[in-house]
Design a protein around this ligand. Structure first.
Ligand SMILES: Cc1cc2nc3c(=O)[nH]c(=O)nc-3n(C[C@H](O)[C@H](O)[C@H](O)COP(=O)(O)O)c2cc1C
Length: 147
């Protein structure tokens, strides 16, 4: 049964967009090889990542990610088995929304900083399924200009 883990972290202050792009490309190749799928959300210097895969693979990857100096303050706020993968088609989707957008995904009213959105999600994990569905809607939409 697939396993899903969701965490947040703070990016190292010197992490450049180019570094992020390289990291994402490398992650996609490794994830494909390990059967990991998911999404990386980057907003106002904060990462929110959803990892899916076989439990051991997800945990092994998470151990590596936790040691990565490109971020700190890792908070795992969800980990459990899931009937099916939500991000089966994405070795690692990437989104860089505003905090307000993440707030709408979590169906929160009035949370305007990523910190307040994350603390609401942590205290109300029941918001996570809606958030996953709303992220999926965004990544499944063709981006403007590609149609
Ligand atoms: C926010 C963040 C997300 C990451 N996500 C992944 C990922 O999904 N898959 C992956 O293989 N590496 C990911 N990495 C990179 C790993 O931490 C690590 O650098 C990479 O797996 C190579 O590990 P190795 O040098 O031990 O082989 C991520 C790093 C950061 C900072």
């Amino acid at each position: 049964m697939p396993f899903r883990l969701i965490y947040s972290s703070e990016a190292a202050p010197d992490l450049a967009t180019a570094d992020l792009e390289v990291m994402l490309e490398e992650s996609r190749i490794r994830n494909l090889a390990r059967g990991i799928t998911g999404v990386l959300v980057f907003v106002d210097g904060v990462f929110l990542q959803i990892l899916e895969g076989e439990k051991d693979n997800v945990h092994d990857l998470m151990e590596t990610i936790e040691r990565d100096p490109r971020h700190h303050g890792i908070k795992v706020f969800h980990e459990r088995e899931t009937g099916e993968r939500a991000f089966a088609s994405w070795s690692m989707a990437y989104l860089s929304p505003s905090a307000e957008e993440v707030s709408r995904w979590a169906e929160l009213d009035g949370a305007t900083t990523i910190g307040s959105v994350l603390s609401s999600i942590e205290s109300e994990p029941g918001r996570l399924p809606a958030m996953v569905v709303n992220i999926l809607k965004v990544i499944a939409e063709p981006s403007p200009g590609t149609g």
